[in-house]
Ligand binder design. Structure first.
Ligand code: TYD
Length: 206
């Protein structure tokens, strides 16, 4: 079976992932690759509906386990409908966040434990793993400042400084544990960050 590549971009809120993903998609397409860009939570009609429930500020009483299961549910639909079919057609899939976000935000930030989050997500991922993960680092205060300038904060972004500090430290921990994660300093200009990502991709997959 033909097999493409799954690249995930991770990082705290406001780290510039989305901009970097747009640049990466353009770069890979110019080289002639077939690229599918998607995001989590979301990426399918059903997953986008789940996203709206998760991020709605009105749902401030959502339990942490409900939150974790909704992220996994959104992921299950995305894996089934978009990611697996694209990979089996040999395409490159670039995903704005993946299961590492759940391990960090729900596992560490919410305190549910990374092992528990991993086991919840086993069913959602159905054996799928990312081939390459970029973690774009940025101090969490800086990231939230950027977000506040762009839009009204959603339920997750409104989870308070302590939560975001745990998320930031959680990403650092996860990066140390998984050597598949490439850490990129996101506190630089857009082109410099893009160049680092491209260089890494050339080394690993192109
Ligand atoms: P994202 O789409 O990156 O936010 P935005 O488009 O506003 O930059 O992610 C939405 C939020 O969901 C973000 O705060 C991170 C959080 N999140 C989790 O807590 N767990 C997860 O598994 C995922 C995928 C995201």
């Amino acid at each position: 079976m033909k097999r493409g590549w799954l690249i995930a971009l991770e990082g705290p809120d406001g780290s510039g992932k989305t901009t970097q993903i747009q640049l990466l998609e353009k770069y890979l397409k110019e080289l002639g690759y077939e690229v599918v860009r998607t995001r989590e939570p979301g990426g399918t009609e059903i997953s986008e509906k789940i996203r709206n429930i998760i991020l709605d500020n009105a749902n401030c009483n959502m339990s942490y386990m409900c939150e974790a299961l909704l992220y996994a549910a959104s992921r299950a639909q995305l894996v089934n409908d978009i990611i697996k079919p694209a990979l089996s057609q040999g395409k490159i899939v670039i995903c704005d966040r993946f299961v590492y976000s759940s391990m960090v935000y729900q596992g560490i930030g919410r305190g549910l434990g990374t092992e528990r989050i991993k086991s919840i997500n086993e069913a959602a991922l159905d054996g799928l793993e990312a081939d390459l993960i970029f973690m774009i680092t940025i101090p969490y205060e800086e990231g939230l400042k950027r977000k506040k300038m762009q839009k009204t904060l959603d339920r997750m972004e409104n989870s308070g400084n302590e939560f975001h500090k745990k998320v930031f430290n959680g990403y650092m921990d996860i990066c140390r544990k998984y050597d598949k994660i490439e850490v990129i300093d996101g506190n630089r200009n857009i082109d410099e960050v893009h160049r680092d990502i491209i260089n890494m991709i050339k080394k690993i997959i192109l």
